[in-house]
Ligand binder design. Structure first.
Ligand code: DQA
Length: 146
């Protein structure tokens, strides 16, 4: 099985960015842990961009290359991007939405996701462990329901 983690804007700064909200663990360190945990069982790839169109392009490219599922933290595009929501509806691999922080405890505008209804499910508020939990949800056999 091939799972791709996609991170949106500002998430290349994890570990340094607002540590009181997002913690001090970098994405590199998180990915190292995930590779240690899963390399014998699955192919795990990673893509990050600060650009909406690049995220959309990557979803289609990775789908066409044969990815089985996405783990997506779209950052602030979660709350604004109808284009990303449309792309998620247009692709066939299931997508698990991840948010490191508990967006429901934050500003009102963060409490609405344009992407959730196009995703299979979501993991919110478990810090960087959310990426692992999303992979577990996929490996646990969560089936595409759309
Ligand atoms: C985030 C929450 C978003 O509201 C924010 O814009 C982010 C990170 C999270 O992982 O908690 O960039 O997606």
């Amino acid at each position: 099985m091939w799972i791709e983690i996609i991170n949106g804007p500002n998430l290349h700064r994890l570990g340094k960015r607002e540590p009181g909200i997002y913690g001090t663990v970098s994405m590199d360190s998180c990915l190292e842990t995930l590779h240690q945990l899963y390399d014998d069982r699955l192919r795990l790839t990673y893509f990050q961009s600060n650009h909406e169109g690049a995220l959309i392009d990557r979803l289609y490219e990775s789908q066409d290359a044969g990815v089985d599922a996405f783990v997506l933290n779209a950052g602030a595009y979660t709350h604004t991007s109808l284009a990303l929501a449309d792309a998620l509806r247009a692709i066939t691999p299931p997508t698990i939405e991840v948010h490191i922080s508990n967006v429901y405890q934050r500003e009102e505008l963060r409490q609405h996701s344009l992407l959730s209804s196009a995703c299979q499910g979501g993991i919110v508020g478990f810090g960087m462990d959310g990426y692992r939990l999303a992979i577990e949800a996929i490996l646990g056999g969560a089936s595409p329901n759309r």
